[in-house]
Write a protein that binds this ligand. Sequence first.
Ligand code: ADP
Length: 690
Amino acid sequence: MHNPYRRSVLLITLAVLIAGWLGAYAFTLWRLRDAALSGGLEAATTQARNFEQHLTQTLEMIELIALGLAPGQSTESVGERFGAQMNDALRKAPYLRSLSLADAEGRILYSTTPGNVGSRLALRGFFPDLAADSTMIHIGQRWQGRDLAGAGAFTPLAATKGAASRQPAFIPVLRRIGDNGQPYWVVAAINPEYFVLHFTQLLPETEGRVQLLRHDGTLLLSSRLDELPGHSQAAGRVEDLLAQHESGALAQTLPDGAAVLTAYRASSRFPALIAVHLQRETILENWRSEARRISLVVFPVLFALTVSIVLVWRRQQRLDQRERELAGQRKLAASVFEATTNAVFLTTPGGDVITVNPAFERITGYRADEVVGRNPRLLASGVHDRAFYADLWHGIQENGHWHGEIVNRRKDGSLFHGQLSITAVTDDAGRLLHYVGVTADITERKQYEAEILAAKEKAEAASLAKTTFLATMSHELRTPMNGVIGMTDVLLRSAIDDKQRRQLEIIRASAGALMSILDQILDYSKIETQTLQLADAPFDPAALVGELATLFTPPATAKGLRLRSCLAPDLPACLHADPVRLRQILTNLLSNAVKFTRDGEIVVDASFAAPDRLCIAVSDTGIGIAPEMQQQIFAAFTQVDGSTTREFGGTGLGLASSRRLAEAMGGSLEVASTPGQGSRFTLCVAARRD
Ligand code: ADP
């Protein structure tokens, strides 16, 4: 539960961070855009103010010129008197085509353009409307033509766009001079191109347009040549706003579809106003390139941030995975700790118990809270001496480990046997962290072992008693038997008849057989009681084999068997061992071979394996031994079956004694046999070369 929770917290953090960055980025862009737009509005406002001032100054100049002309004179004298002044004023006013003086009916009395004199000025269409007592500047519609003479009202419908821009035009401005009884009109023909030039110099056509409007909303001129004068509403919502405020700024879409930032400002004194429209797109273009520059910084940073967060996240995931595995291992270890039947305790480096498992409580009888904080020494039984514990601590300090049996005392005072392992737990730097002790309760096993040992000792004692009895018996029997044999021999040498001789010989043979059985029993007893003494005498193995062959040829031949010996060429001429015991074993093997072979042959092989191994094998073509009997025949008093015993006789002691003898001589006696085909007994003994 923990890890998925942490992962989702991380994911959310990541998302929030990225969203935060994107949000901050978007906010910055929005602020910049806002700043660009308000900057645009400010720029438009500044320009509108400048142009308005220019316009006002221009109109003021016209007014001043008009006021400079004194009224109340005859027509001729006005013309004469002011001709020079007007021409003079015109030279200083490059924005005027002409200055003229008209009478109350509009007839041109005098003009700086002589061609104008006499022509009649239509007095309609001015704003504000002309009144006889007006002392205001009146601004007319834009007129078509170079000057008053021959000029006609500008008709937007008739004029094509191209034509409108190319054809000369002027804007008439009127100011009444003279008293009410004899009014005159000073007519100034303003050259629109002068304004257009001024406007386009300060605001190129690509960035926006400047409009000069009359207070009634009529467009007098625009820095955009294709914008036709005479229109109302050419400045969009400016006309509406003007009713409330003399100046203002707004974002809007003009009737021709252009999205603009507009600032307008009415002349402070005259019925005209300036509207500056900055192209919204041009302003936003700057903002866009700014945004692109910021993006160049923001996105790589955002990317790097995301990548690093993802990397951190993945690392965290790997750590989580590792943590899960460790938790699993810890859980496993804890369950082993809980479930094991061995008592486990964990101590500090100082030996104070930190924790014990349930098995510890069960085995020792102490509850965990009774041992925690104490030394495991509280289990000491007093059975072991100081040296035992010294050895234990030495083992731990030297090897980090001690393993051995210990007798401890339970809480109830009873003792128990434990198989104790103490291990020092260190960290990677080798600093000691804990000791862990694990004790298997082996009390029952110990009891069992003790019982077995006692039983074994008892059995061994009984066996020894039996063997000793056998040895004593056979030894005791030999003495009278020697008497029997000795006296039989004496009798045999005395003068006796044939019948008595045959009877005595039977006694003699029987006594001999009995003696050999007694000898075997005595031998076996000696081996069993380990009282047998082995000699270390020099002998010639070839000679030994030769003697035995000579000895066993007569009984073999008597049974129709062939006996031959086969000596390895590298057989040493002299070896050291116990030749008497060797002969005894080989005699036993050969007598068995003769005994258990009805026809065929008996072969004696002798070989020497360096450095000190003499091997003599006796093979026969006799009845053989069943596989399951092949090991049993080496046990004392064992014969393959009753019938063979009856047929072949024997005690079942020969092979048992022989194998023990061979082992006592540092060698072995083995059999390989196939029932019905024959057997091969191989005797190997340690025999030192000279
Ligand atoms: P025993 O005095 O009966 O010969 P051994 O210990 O010498 O006692 O032999 C034990 C038994 O092993 C024999 O009774 C016989 O059954 C079997 N045995 C020993 N040698 C041979 C052999 N060469 N061929 C077949 N059986 C043999």
